[in-house]
Design a protein around this ligand. Structure first.
Ligand SMILES: [Zn+2]
Length: 124
């Protein structure tokens, strides 16, 4: 995998992040989103890493988590649809599993995630 390609992907991600907009605009009801993730190597049950990512009203609405494989191209874990659905239904928590979509080589990660969303008290 050339580093040139990886750099192009990195730039693309940066652009996507910029295009995603601020959370307070996209989801004004949301006070915070916390994503807990356990990373697994391929299909093994061994946790290789744990990660928690917090989003606040000023954060970019970008929930595409990176695969930790160094040369992963077009992979990652897009939690955007999960979160959009949760916000729509005003769900406070959800959990599930995702495998990296990168198919260029073996050894991509798999995550078990737990998402916790806090909402603003809006009186409507
Ligand atoms: Zn990957």
């Amino acid at each position: 995998m050339s580093s040139k390609l990886k750099n192009a992907e990195r730039l693309e991600r940066k652009q996507q992040k910029a295009d995603a907009g601020i959370m307070s605009e996209r989801h004004p009801d949301v006070a915070s989103v916390i994503i807990f993730m356990n990373y697994y190597h391929g299909s093994s049950a061994q946790v290789i890493m744990q990660r928690t990512v917090n989003f606040f009203p000023g954060s970019a609405t970008y929930f595409n988590m990176e695969c930790m494989k160094r040369d992963c191209i077009d992979g990652g874990f897009n939690l955007e649809p999960v979160i959009a659905k949760m916000v729509k239904g005003r769900l406070k928590s959800a959990k599930g599993e995702l495998a990296c979509a990168g198919k260029d080589s073996p050894g991509h990660a798999r995550i078990g995630y737990k998402i916790s969303i806090k909402y603003n008290n809006t009186s409507r």
